[in-house]
Ligand binder design. Structure first.
Ligand code: SAM
Length: 280
């Protein structure tokens, strides 16, 4: 994004932002100087940061591909981010051109970019984007259904990838996910990934703590959780093989995943756990 161009309405350029930093780490262009400066500092502190962003994005792609291959046609992607390589509706459409997807993000720049992308390349009957805070469960659910894209009588894949670690414990993230679970029809799925410090080698702990502190100072507070805490998000879901694993361990053969393949000998280096669960 050229810094001489005006930012979309509601975009705060005084602070770096998680959606735009992630976009920069993935090699995207929906970011501003303030985000790139933050990103460059993060990479200096923790050179693996771009690999971790790609590892997560690859997990998302494999998860959606897997779900579409299982016959799931509807996707509700919460905390969808700035559209970049491997968007959910594109991955799903390649498997099933009838697939449907609603994107939700709280960040105006993510929503503005998603709107432009969908206006140019989407199908208004099958794709939509909503700006909102996923913590407002019933309101988000209602607005997602109001788009007319999703049929609440048929299974929906709820995607919460790399977003739950931005929800503070005092905002009761497990409760939030449980309320979505109760709204989803039987046969629906939850696909999620989450940052963790489990398995951090001792000599890296200081660097990771520094990176987290940098994020916290930018206003994007990161709440890393343990394997057990992440697993609790899947209460009421049946885990699909291979269960709850490090991101590079999840169905690596599903789609080409170069960043994840580079971490197979030490998957804990991905700092991320992922899983897919099915609501019986
Ligand atoms: C790291 S990005 C992940 C993007 C995408 N899910 C992926 O994994 O490639 C996290 C996204 O979550 C969004 N986000 C953070 N808190 C949110 C909230 N309370 N409600 C909705 N979106 C949120 C951020 O704006 C950002 O776009």
């Amino acid at each position: 994004m050229s810094d001489s161009q005006p930012a979309p309405d509601g975009v705060d350029l005084d602070k770096p932002n998680a959606a735009r930093i992630y976009d920069w780490l993935l090699g995207g262009t929906a970011n501003w100087a303030i985000d790139r400066e933050f990103g460059a500092k993060a990479v200096e502190t923790f050179p693996l940061a771009p690999i971790l962003a790609r590892t997560n994005r690859e997990f998302l792609g494999r998860g959606v591909h897997h779900l579409a291959s299982l016959g799931v046609e509807q996707f509700l992607d919460l905390g969808s981010g700035v559209p970049t390589v491997g968007n959910v509706h594109e991955v799903a459409d390649r498997v099933n051109p009838r697939s449907r997807c609603v994107y939700v993000d709280v960040e105006p720049v993510a929503v503005a970019h998603a709107k432009v992308l969908l206006e140019r390349h989407g199908d208004p009957e099958r794709h939509a984007v909503v700006q909102g805070d996923l913590r407002d469960v019933e309101k988000i659910w209602e607005r997602a259904l109001d788009t007319g894209v999703l049929d609440p009588a048929k299974p929906i894949a709820l995607i919460l990838v790399a977003v739950l670690h931005f929800i503070a414990t005092e905002d009761r993230p497990h409760d939030v996910v449980g309320r979505y679970r109760d709204l989803l029809p039987a046969g629906s799925y939850l696909l999620s990934s989450h940052g963790t410090e489990d398995g951090t080698p001792r000599d890296e702990a200081a660097k990771r703590a520094e990176l987290r502190e940098q994020y916290n100072q930018s206003g994007n507070i990161v709440h890393l959780r343990s394997r057990t805490e992440f697993g609790r998000f899947f209460t009421g879901f049946e885990l699909v093989e291979p269960g709850l694993v490090w991101l590079p361990e999840w169905h690596l053969d599903e789609l080409p995943s170069p960043a994840s393949e580079a971490l197979t000998s030490n998957p804990a280096e991905s700092c991320g756990l992922g899983a897919l669960g099915r609501k019986p």
